[in-house]
Structure formats: C-alpha cells, structure tokens
Design a protein around this ligand. Structure first.
Ligand SMILES: Cc1cc2nc3c(=O)[nH]c(=O)nc-3n(C[C@H](O)[C@H](O)[C@H](O)COP(=O)(O)OP(=O)(O)OC[C@H]3O[C@@H](n4cnc5c(N)ncnc54)[C@H](O)[C@@H]3O)c2cc1C
Length: 378
C-alpha cells in the first residue's frame, strides 16, 4: 500500500509515525515548505485535559498519555511539565459553569480545585485578585516543547522508513472511479492508494478542488514573548474577564496572547502593535510586576476553526476511497495530535473506527451531532 500524507506539522508527523510503526507500507510525507513550517511550531505549547465537552476531555486525557509514553522513545526530550492551568473567574455564571463541568471531569478522574480569591493570593501573590471572584486550577494541565515533539516524531518516522518530500506542495488530488489515484506535485504525478490530508489551515484548498466542503476556516492568532526573567509563573493563567492568557516558559520568557478582532481566512501572518498593546494592558493589570517586562518577539499562526471548535478526523462514506483528513483543531491541536495519529492509523489499516474517534468524524456536521466546544483559549 502506498500512503501519502500531506502536511508536515505535528498532525502529519504523528500520523506518519503511527502508520510506520504498524508497518503500513510505503509512506510518503509531502510538505510544501519545510517540516514544521505551519502552526505546530507557532503554538503556545500548552496542553490541558479540561474542555467543556466530554468528548474533547476524554480525547485529550488519552492523547497526553500517548505523548508521555512516546517521550521515552524519542531522541528529543519533549519537556513535558505539569504547571497546571489557572482560570480566573469573574462572575457567578463562570463559577457555576466550572462547578457543573467539574462533575464530568471528576468522573474522568481529572477534577480540578476551586480557589477563593484569598487562596489565589496566597498561592500566587503576584496576581491582582481585586476584581476576581474565584479560580479553577487544573493540576493535570501543563506545557511541552512543540519543536522537540515534532523533531521527535520526525526522527522516529524517518528511522522507520517514512520518505519525506520537503518543498514539495501537493497541488491536486487526482480521483477516478471515486478512488484517489494520484497526487499532482511540482515534481510530477505520484501514484497513491491512500491520501491523508493534514495540511492545517490549507487543507480546504485541496478538499474543495475535489468538491468536498467542510465548515472550517483559518483564523490568525498572535503570540507575544518577553525577555527571559527569573521563573515565577507556574500555571498558565487564563483571565476569563479580558480573554488574555499568560504563562512563563521554563527558560523564563513571559508568553501569552489575547482574543483580538481578526478577519477569518488565510490573511498575512503578521503581528499588530494593537494586539501587543491590548495583551500588555490586560496582563499588567493582572500581574502588575510585568509592567517592567520587555517584549522580545511576537509571531502569528493560524487556528483552523471548525464549526463546533472540535477537530475533524477520518472520512465521509461517500468520499473517494482512500481519502482521509485530520484537521480543524480549533486552537488545541498540538495536544490532540498524538492520539489522532494513533487512531487514524488504526482506522486506515483496519477499516474499523475506534470508539474515541467516532464523535470526530466529518459526517457529524450534516448529521447535526456537533461537539460544541466553547472552552477555546486565545
Ligand atoms: C498562536 C497559536 C497558539 C496555539 N497554542 C496551542 C497550544 O498551546 N496547545 C495546542 O495544543 N495547540 C495550540 N495551537 C494549535 C496548534 O498549533 C495546531 O492545532 C496544530 O499545530 C495543528 O497542526 P497541523 O499539523 O494540523 O497543522 P500545521 O502545523 O499548520 O501543519 C500543516 C502543514 O501543511 C503544510 N501544507 C499546507 N498545504 C500543503 C500542500 N498543499 N502540500 C504540502 N504541504 C502543505 C503546511 O506548510 C504546514 O507545514 C496554537 C496555534 C496557534 C496559531
């Protein structure tokens, strides 16, 4: 069997590795730029198991377990660190929502801790809690090193015989008799039996050429990073009032972002001064000592938003035989990719749809079985 994966981000790399480890045949990965060009190395590098929906929470719990297991096999240390997530809550509605959802998280074994403003002050004296009504702390959540996870997948997959084609955009999928047959690349036509589209924000460009439309759209997101300082912010802090998040890398840089009005689409990957100002205002109000921090750099990447803010994996029954997708991660794809790779490999090779994958099939949109995930950060 000849399998082609389009996209060299964490999603494509995890799929390539998981197929190769199962001796799936001849596996080729096509990347239009260089491996890790896309959102995977532009992320905030955080993971969490706390989502509003049970489907996403379950998926993330299992995905992080896969990542931890794989860490021992990788040549690169993914630097998994559980500093926790701290949501700062500003009204009764938010507190109620977290309390209600914590019942589901408890059932899954990942319950969090509710904090009064004075508890927050005691644990994190640098946080201004004057207008805060409470907090929710998820100790199971944390950070990783996105570059090293990607390098780790890449080197494992390469050793297992995956053939990488960098600077090789796939321009079209050639279909005949409702089967994928070939890929049109700049170096010519390539015969294939299976195509997995893991091209992040660019996936629709290829899908739409063969008449498949899924409700997804790219949304540019920006990140700001300061000079490194002595480490003092352990959790990722999510301010549910301003929409800002802020954390610290283990190297000491203060990192974060804020929801900022941006038109959807593949707009230029640039950062705006207005974004930096909005984020800086929000985080210096929350952590006043940061007013002395100096911005070192900013960057932008795309969240590939799906209509229900949950990822899409697998295939539609009427699609050309051999075609699969893995995208639409809606801002939390890095942490989901380890399990996506495993389940999709299983699905491609056995034809069976694993239980955890079922809710995320592309058919859910027309069947109105949406996984409405509202706990999107950034
Ligand atoms: C600012 C920001 C912060 C984020 N923070 C987090 C976080 O803290 N935690 C988390 O889990 N997730 C986070 N995410 C989301 C996460 O980064 C993405 O969900 C994830 O990286 C998606 O991986 P991917 O492999 O699907 O896409 P990408 O990494 O974008 O990879 C797709 C690749 O496909 C290639 N490609 C596109 N078209 C073609 C073609 N025609 N032919 C060949 N190659 C092609 C591209 O060049 C690209 O390299 C964040 C995203 C952003 C932008």
């Amino acid at each position: 069997m000849k399998i082609a994966i389009v996209g060299g981000g964490v999603s494509g790399l995890s799929i390539a590795y998981n197929l190769a480890v199962r001796s799936a045949g001849e596996i080729h990965l096509f990347e239009k730029n260089w491996i890790m060009y896309g959102s995977s190395t532009r992320s905030g590098a955080r993971f969490r198991v706390h989502f509003w929906t049970e489907e996403n929470s379950r998926f993330a719990i299992e995905s992080i377990k896969r990542l931890e297991k794989l860490a021992g096999k990788m040549e690169w240390n993914p630097i998994i660190y559980r500093g926790g997530y701290l949501w700062l809550l500003f009204n009764e509605h938010q507190i109620e929502r977290f309390k209600e959802t914590n019942k589901m998280w408890s059932k899954l074994g990942v319950q969090g801790i509710f904090l009064e403003p004075e508890d927050i002050r005691e644990r994190y004296p640098y946080i201004n809690v004057d207008d805060v009504l409470g907090g929710f702390y998820g100790p199971q959540d944390g950070s990783l090193h996105h570059d090293y996870v990607c390098f780790g997948y890449y080197s494992l997959a390469k050793k297992l015989g995956v053939i990488f084609h960098e600077f090789t955009p796939v321009n079209e999928i050639i279909v005949s008799d409702n089967k994928v047959k070939q890929l049109k690349t700049m170096s010519g036509l390539v015969d294939v039996d299976v195509v997995v589209l893991a091209a992040g924000a660019w996936t629709n460009e290829l899908l739409e050429k063969i008449g498949i439309h899924l409700p997804t759209e790219p949304l540019r997101k920006e990140v700001c990073l300061t000079e490194p300082y002595h480490y003092f912010i352990d959790p990722l802090i999510i301010d549910m009032g301003s929409g800002a998040y802020v954390g610290q890398t283990l190297k000491g840089e203060i990192l974060g972002s804020i929801d900022y009005p941006t038109p959807p689409g593949l707009i230029k990957l640039e950062t705006k001064l207005e974004f930096v100002i909005k984020w800086a205002r929000a985080i210096t109000k929350r952590i006043p000592i940061l007013k002395n921090a100096r911005v070192m750099r900013t960057w932008a990447g795309y969240y590939m938003m799906s209509a229900d803010n949950s990822h899409i994996m697998g295939r539609g029954p009427e699609w050309p035989e051999g075609l699969y997708v893995a995208y639409g991660y809606s801002g939390h794809g890095f942490m989901m990719a380890p399990l996506v790779g495993e389940l999709l490999a299983e699905n491609i090779l056995t034809g069976k749809i694993p239980e955890l994958m079922k809710p995320f099939l592309p058919t859910r949109f027309r069947e109105n079985k949406l996984i409405q995930e509202k706990l999107v950060i950034g």
